[in-house]
Design a protein around this ligand. Structure first.
Ligand code: CDP
Ligand code: MG
Length: 736
């Protein structure tokens, strides 16, 4: 893990504040738990020589709701079958008491906004109620989720509750993975997938109910869905529309859907004690780890589990490793600490672990991304640790650059996170920031994604749906018009739109691929260069992200050598990815080969699945599978045909400058070209960590830019830039 405290400080909005002074780690003592207790546990003190000081600030509102005495708890029913147990658990959920009223309201109104605290049973129960009430006789029930993990785990749960096999009556559909069948009547899917279904079925005729769930998350796809479902509801009076949300900003949804009625499901919420640090933390991972141990050691064993919010897979893996290492030495004096990571790319077989009940006397610590904020409910959480950050997309419409940044969360998020601890009893939340930070630095709400993202993909989808006047699309919160224009500009540059803004034949073919328009363009262009076989492998590998190679701490040199093998001949990162895929294929997809080369077999299998699907889509757009194994230039040209807007040129300083909308960027240290520094490169994406880095980089011949995108680059763009560094009079740029 590469951390640069100076740069992190820059990203940390708290850094400038006077309270920053000197941070207390190493000096402060624990405030929660009495002094006496500390004495008693003195022998454990080696666990945390470093401690963090918390102040108890306020008690969050909440009421104790008596459990319904009439409801049997699952323990009473040992003789029952598992299915019967699940059925009685269903009846303990807060939503159960409102079942009939809810169904009545759905029958009465076409559009209903449903609000209920996370964990009240909205996602898992409402589709089942509708099924039980006969809605599925008229068509499927579709329920959208902003996150793939949620779609998978919720559908698994519902199929258990219904006693059916996942993929039969209950299924899920996420990008590149369709686990449904003809039998499927309850379909959970990502919001992006429902958006794509409009392309094949513009009136969603096969659905009787569409539930846009987790509406408060306001993802880009959810926001676009709002506009589309609102529209079809007008001419499909039989379609029921449910908008469900975990937060109380329901008025806004109601207003948008022509004053749709709001159905509130009162939750059971116990008081949550909020604790803040007395001074800002320099390193929130350290602070989180210390806090985990403080809770684990100081609080009675078995009294409740811990949920920690981290920003991504990397952080989760780091913390997991440190926790494992540090618990190893603790011996039997201290209760077992069960570590459960959960993030979007966690393999399915490991996802179930977080829902398993914690064994007697042990404590579970769940290390989660934002996904546990509202999408997933984990029972038994008593302590929440909130470092106050999440990874957020941000977009600069001027330059068209998108980056994922570790950003402070909003107050609304902080409240949601804290609330996770008070579901089954009084909880405690430890915020790893000061009360001052909370009140003065955090925004009230998270900015909807539509206002901070690249819209190219969505614009292409909308254009394919025949929605041409995007400026007048019924957005709940409109995107900045620069973002819309930028998207139109890019799609025009890619020749997906003509100069009137209408979809071209090329654009129509591009829209068939559930990929970013630049990737789709690259694939469609590969037809011309007779290398579609290679290009779909490249596209599949790029879609996996950066989880292909792994680098165990004790074998970094070996791992790096293995990786560099694929870069032999300085072919660039795209071709290296292609080589990884083809070599794996040559070994007949051998797992052993992956181990030997420090490659994640799981990621490779996923790449193979994606590749298979892309191959199927090629057929749909009538592109033949062609290959040109002896010449890599056509492959690079096809990549350039899609990614020409991402070109950059080397500067004297050793950094790069993007050609259009000049900006200083660097080759990511993980790139095979990081040492070589070619004069011209094309990159897959920019990531901002400590610097603006280009990830997945390939060398480029500058004349290709003019050849492949003459409407975008003129000779002078390429020449001027190249000759600027030349002594006077030397004339034209060299063409390498
Ligand atoms: O959607 P909402 O947040 O209102 O609740 P839900 O997701 O329907 O969750 C209702 C209950 O089902 C919670 O007690 C969860 O713990 C449980 N659940 C589960 O055990 N396994 C899952 N994969 C999903 C939910
Ligand atoms: Mg839910």
């Amino acid at each position: 893990r590469y951390r640069d405290p100076a740069a992190e400080e820059k990203m940390n909005p708290f850094a400038e504040q006077e309270a920053w002074e000197e941070h207390q780690i190493g000096k402060a003592t624990l405030k929660f738990g009495s002094k006496d207790k500390k004495q008693k546990h003195d022998d454990y003190d080696f666990v945390f020589e470093d401690q963090i000081e918390f102040i108890k600030a306020s008690v969050m509102g909440g009421v104790n709701v008596e459990q319904d005495a009439a409801v049997q708890s699952p323990e009473d029913s040992t003789a029952k079958t598992e299915l019967e147990n699940l059925q009685s658990v269903r009846k303990t959920l807060p939503i159960y008491a409102y079942r009939d009223g809810l169904l009545e309201a759905i029958n009465k109104y076409q559009v209903l906004v449903i609000v209920g605290e996370t964990g009240s049973g909205k996602t898992t129960q409402i589709p089942q109620y509708l099924h039980e009430a006969g809605f599925t006789a008229r068509g499927k029930i579709g329920c959208t989720q902003p996150r793939r993990v949620a779609a998978m785990s919720v559908s698994a749960r519902v199929s258990q509750e219904m006693g059916v096999k996942l993929g039969h009556e209950v299924g899920y559909s996420i990008r590149f993975e369709d686990c449904t069948s003809d039998k499927t009547v309850i379909k959970y899917m990502t919001d992006g997938m429902l958006l794509r279904e409009f392309l094949g079925e513009p009136d969603l005729a096969s659905y009787s109910v569409v539930m846009v769930d987790e509406a408060h998350e306001r993802t880009l796809s959810t926001d676009i869905l709002f506009g589309l479902v609102k529209d079809i509801a007008r001419f499909r009076p039989d379609l029921k529309l449910l908008i469900s949300s975990a937060t109380l900003d329901a008025e806004k949804f109601s207003d948008y859907f022509d004053s749709a009625p709001i159905f509130k499901i009162p939750g059971r919420r116990f008081p949550v004690e909020i604790n803040y640090t007395t001074a800002p933390e320099a390193d929130y991972l350290d602070a989180a780890i210390m806090t985990i141990f403080q809770i684990h050691v100081k609080q009675p064993p078995g009294d409740g589990d811990i949920l920690v919010f981290l920003t991504g897979q990397e952080e989760i893996e780091t913390v997991e490793e440190i926790l494992k290492h540090r618990t190893r030495g603790l011996g039997t004096k201290i209760a077992e600490l069960i570590i459960c990571p959960i993030y979007a790319n966690l393999p399915t077989e490991l996802q179930a672990k977080i829902f398993e009940p914690t064994p007697e006397g042990a404590r579970k610590v769940v290390l989660a991304t934002n996904i546990a904020e509202t999408s997933l409910t984990i029972d038994g959480i008593k302590y929440v640790i909130d470092p106050g950050f999440s990874k957020m997309k941000s977009y600069n419409p001027r330059t068209g650059m998108e980056s994922l940044l570790i950003t402070p969360i909003s107050k609304a998020s902080a409240e949601q996170r804290a609330g996770r601890s008070g579901r089954t009893g009084p909880g405690k939340c430890f915020r790893l920031y000061t009360a001052y930070n909370y009140y003065n630095d955090l925004d009230d709400n998270t900015v909807p994604e539509i206002q901070r993202t690249n819209l190219a993909n969505v614009v292409l989808t909308l254009k394919s749906l025949g929605i041409n006047d995007l400026l007048n699309f019924d957005f709940m919160d409109p995107p900045p018009s620069e973002s819309l224009l930028k998207a139109l500009e890019l799609l025009y540059a890619l020749s997906a739109l003509n100069k009137h803004g209408e979809l071209t034949k090329l654009g129509r073919r591009m829209a068939e691929f559930p990929l970013d328009p630049m990737l789709s363009k690259m694939i469609v262009a590969s037809d011309k260069y007779q290398c579609s076989d290679e290009i779909i492998s490249v596209a599949a590998m790029l879609s996996i992200g950066n989880s292909i190679f792994y680098r165990p701490k004790d074998k970094q040199v070996h791992a790096d050598n293995a990786r560099m093998n694929f870069h032999m001949g300085n072919v660039g990162d795209h071709i290296a990815l292609l080589k990884v895929y083809s070599s794996w294929k040559e070994t007949n997809f051998s797992t052993q080969w992956c181990y030997e080369n420090y490659i994640q077999v799981r990621s490779m299998k996923r790449a193979r699945d994606i590749r298979d699907q892309l191959e199927g889509l090629l057929e749909r757009v009538e592109i033949e599978l062609t290959t040109n194994p002896n010449d890599l230039d056509p492959v690079k040209k096809a990549i350039t045909a899609g990614f020409f807007p991402h070109s950059a040129r080397l500067q004297n300083s050793g950094s790069y400058r993007t050609v259009k909308h000049p900006q200083t960027v660097h080759i990511h240290p993980s790139s095979g070209l990081a040492q070589l520094l070619p004069r011209w490169v094309i990159y897959h994406e920019l990531v901002l960590t400590t610097k603006e880095y280009m990830r997945q980089v390939t060398e480029l011949k500058p004349e290709w830019l003019v050849e492949l995108a003459p409407h975008y680059y003129q000779l002078k763009d390429v020449e001027d830039l190249a000759s600027k560094k030349m002594p006077r009079g030397q004339g034209r740029a060299t063409k390498d």
